[in-house]
Design a protein around this ligand. Structure first.
Ligand code: CA
Length: 228
């Protein structure tokens, strides 16, 4: 069972979120001020944190920044108020994974929680410490490192995440929508062209002949399949 921490000083919001998340089957812990919230996040016991920005004693931004500085990697969704537009960006730079602006719909919040938990789960796959071979490429997903013919190559984080998702679904057909949902989540909506461009770039690295792919193949009308 996933364990979620809510840090929020508005009692009605706090209890409303708690009830709804519990109803969805999550185990929920709560904190109603910044210091207590920081203390609880620092225990690193949660799968996800919903973190309000304006809190007594310590702001959500400070909590986020300090928790990351202390090595806490728990995914964090910031609950921001309208008018915190600039702060939002800052919030993500501080190491938050996502944000949602109040007032938000419960449905949207739940969708983001689910998406973030799903994304985090993929990163946690146990075999990731080992180097694996995909076509021409040797790759270590946990360190974001890749080599072709023993030469280290540069790939963006998104390329790694993208390839990682395909790898986890290997030998299965993955639709473009699956890729968009699972690699980009709900906070950013790229076009399906984006997926095609990623596929193109990966093929140029992985395939012997990217015009005649044997590893990341197109399944017409459905999506893509990584063969391994
Ligand atoms: Ca508040």
């Amino acid at each position: 069972m996933y364990r979620i921490l809510i840090v929020e000083d508005e009692q009605a919001m706090l209890m409303g979120l708690k009830d709804n998340l519990e109803f969805e089957g999550y185990q929920v812990d709560i904190a109603d001020d910044g210091e207590k919230g920081f203390e609880m996040i620092s225990k690193n016991e949660h799968d996800l944190v919903l973190l309000d920005v304006m809190l007594p004693n310590m702001s959500g931004f400070d909590i986020c920044k300090n928790a990351r500085k202390n090595g806490v990697s728990t995914p964090i969704i910031l609950l921001t108020a309208k008018g915190e537009e600039i702060d939002k960006v800052l919030g993500l730079e501080l190491g938050a994974d996502d944000y949602i602006t109040k007032p938000f719909s419960l449905r949207e919040l739940l969708a983001r929680v689910k998406a973030l938990l799903r994304r985090t789960d993929q990163v946690k796959t146990p075999k990731d410490d080992q180097n694996i071979i995909i076509g021409n490429m040797e790759i270590n997903f946990s360190n974001y490192e890749a080599w072709i013919e023993k030469q280290a190559i540069k790939m963006s984080h998104k390329e790694f995440e993208f390839l990682h998702y395909l790898w986890n679904q290997k030998n299965k057909v993955v639709s473009r929508d699956d890729l968009l949902d699972n690699v980009w989540g709900t906070d950013y909506v790229p076009s399906s062209r984006t997926v095609d461009n990623f596929i193109l770039k990966l093929r140029q690295k992985i395939e012997k002949d990217s015009n005649n792919p044997k590893i990341i193949i197109t399944v017409h009308g459905v999506g893509y399949k990584l063969i391994n």
